[in-house]
Design a protein around this ligand. Structure first.
Ligand code: PLP
Length: 294
């Protein structure tokens, strides 16, 4: 049955206390629980895009991304659920087709096509110039557009208002921008880019939060040494976080944010008794790319 999942749920994620440590109190916002297949920031980013596509009677959504992209997996699942066709353009080669993320997308009925890396930029450029062609509604890489921002503005709510600091992973900067747009003036928003160079992301956030009075920072001390790779210390951290809280973090984004949050607290970066919120943005399908037990 096709259900308009976004119309059915009130969509306020629960704030769950985690622990008190290093003189601070930590909680987590369970965005990951919004949906089993496309929860977290994917739920937020896709919501108004899918509703727009449906209201304009597009029969399908097409999007683009890397072979293990959470956005690709989520878009395929959301289209399946909403009765839309899905076409996915993957940066890479036919040989990637058997990877778990793309297999998942195909099992949800998505068409998967490949674009050689040297042609990828030109393809993105063309799509940006002519986004919606025929019956296909186009969502850019990382699901990053104005509708996604609008959705990410709905992450925070009245139960997140009293926290002093908010922590969230950063890929394109869309999710963090939505959070900054709706944070309270007494809150500091910390973004954890998962890549070493993030000038584009910083610019994106600046451009999309113009006029905001919120203090925000992208932290550069914690980015993984190798983009897209899981360092052994990070894996160990994720395991111990799960042992302590029973909550599984994703391999890249929220785990990095959680690590940074606790490291900063340990180093005394926050006032005593600060209330700190970690935003769990989902992405658990990312574990499919690793053969490790957690
Ligand atoms: C699980 C997860 N969390 C956070 C992010 C970062 O989101 P954004 O691209 O909006 O910065 C991503 C990237 O898409 C993601 O997959």
């Amino acid at each position: 049955m096709i259900t308009d999942v976004w119309q059915l749920k009130p969509e306020k994620s629960e704030v769950v206390p985690l622990f008190s440590k290093y003189g601070c109190n930590f909680s987590i916002l369970r965005e990951d629980l919004l949906h089993s297949d496309f929860g977290g920031n994917k739920w937020r980013k896709l919501k108004y895009n899918v509703l727009d596509a449906k209201s304009k009677s597009f029969t399908g959504i097409e999007t683009v991304g890397g072979a293990f992209s959470n956005h690709i997996a989520a878009t395929a699942a959301a289209c399946f659920k909403q009765g839309l066709k899905c076409k996915i353009w993957v940066r890479g080669f036919e040989s990637y087709r058997s990877n778990p993320t793309l297999q998942w997308a195909e099992n949800k009925g998505a068409e998967v096509h490949f674009i050689r890396p040297e042609l990828y930029r030109a393809f993105l450029h063309e799509k940006a110039s002519f986004p919606n062609t025929g019956n296909w509604y186009f969502i850019p890489e990382g699901g990053s557009n104005e509708f996604a921002l609008k959705g990410c503005e709905e992450i925070l709510h009245e139960n997140t208002a009293d926290f002093d600091a908010l922590f969230c992973g950063v890929g394109t900067g869309t999710t963090l921008s939505g959070i900054i747009r709706t944070a309270q003036t007494h809150q500091v928003v910390y973004g954890l880019p998962i890549m070493k160079k993030f000038d584009d992301q910083k610019r994106f956030i600046e451009q999309h939060t113009l006029g905001s009075k919120i203090e925000w920072k992208l932290l550069d001390d914690y980015s993984p040494l190798r983009f897209g790779k899981l360092e052994p210390e990070q894996l160990e951290f994720i395991r111990s976080f799960k042992n302590e809280t029973s909550i599984l973090l994703d391999p890249f984004y929220t785990s990095l944010a959680a690590f940074a949050m606790l490291d900063m607290a340990r180093k005394g970066c926050f006032k005593p008794n600060s209330n700190i919120l970690l935003i769990h943005t989902g992405g658990l399908q990312g574990w499919n790319g690793f053969s490790v037990s957690i």
